[in-house]
Design a protein around this ligand. Structure first.
Ligand SMILES: Cc1cc2nc3c(=O)[nH]c(=O)nc-3n(C[C@H](O)[C@H](O)[C@H](O)COP(=O)(O)O)c2cc1C
Length: 207
């Protein structure tokens, strides 16, 4: 698939076929991740692949939000008024656990921390965090080029603590998100994507 086609086809998918992804394809996708730019030249990224369902259940310390009203309340609390955004949350919130649990391949990416992530002293303190997101985007686009789609979820504090306890990763590594990949179900719910006209976002010489 051509690069721009893969970029345009990439969408967030939360409903997956019950179909594993072959190891050589996963390796190709992760290799694309490892080609991403990195602040310090070192690409200090590690990936844990969790495809054993028992193990997935053990490490996933979260639940689907099943109540429509609870979801509405959460969005009101965040002051969300955009209707497309609210529809997306109604699709996403009931699947926060199941999209990870049911994916064809669950990847836990890790990056090496130089200083505590939640106490940055300057923008460059966040370089490692920014770099791993370049890696994650490469992964998502490479996956799309293989006909594989997925979703990233940012873990809450308790989830990160639980991951640390179950996975026992080194203290100086942290997980920016879960990456769930898989083949989309034919009836996968895909929210309307906001279409932005590029001309509306380009400013010439001043804002
Ligand atoms: C930094 C980041 C965090 C995200 N966190 C979540 C999440 O916690 N749960 C979820 O279901 N989707 C999550 N997403 C997926 C977004 O909801 C999705 O990218 C967005 O709705 C746009 O849709 P599209 O990817 O299909 O264009 C996240 C995406 C990004 C880039």
């Amino acid at each position: 698939m051509e690069l721009y086609e893969a970029i345009n086809k990439r969408r967030t998918i939360r409903d997956f076929e019950d179909k594993p992804i072959y190891e050589d394809i996963i390796k190709r996708i992760l290799s694309a991740g490892l080609k991403a730019p990195t602040n310090n030249h070192l690409r200090e990224w590690e990936f844990i692949i969790v495809n054993d369902k028992k193990q997935r259940k053990r490490i996933l310390n979260l639940e689907d939000m099943t109540s429509y009203e609870e979801c509405e309340k959460m969005m009101d609390g965040f002051g969300m008024t955009d209707l497309d955004q609210r529809k997306m949350y109604h699709i996403a919130m009931p699947k926060q656990f199941s999209m990870l649990y049911n994916s064809g391949c669950l990847i836990l990416p890790f990056f090496k921390l130089r200083e505590p992530l939640m106490h940055p002293t300057s923008l460059s303190s966040l370089n490692e965090f920014a770099s791993i997101w370049c890696c994650i985007e490469n992964i998502l686009i490479a996956a799309a080029s293989e006909g594989i789609f997925g979703v990233t979820r940012i873990p809450m504090k308790e989830e990160l603590e639980h991951i640390k306890n179950t996975i026992n990763h080194p203290d100086n590594y942290t997980m920016p998100c879960y990456i769930a990949l898989g083949y989309p179900k034919s009836d996968a719910k895909i929210p309307v994507q906001k279409v932005i006209k590029v001309e509306d976002r380009i400013h010439i010489n001043h804002w």
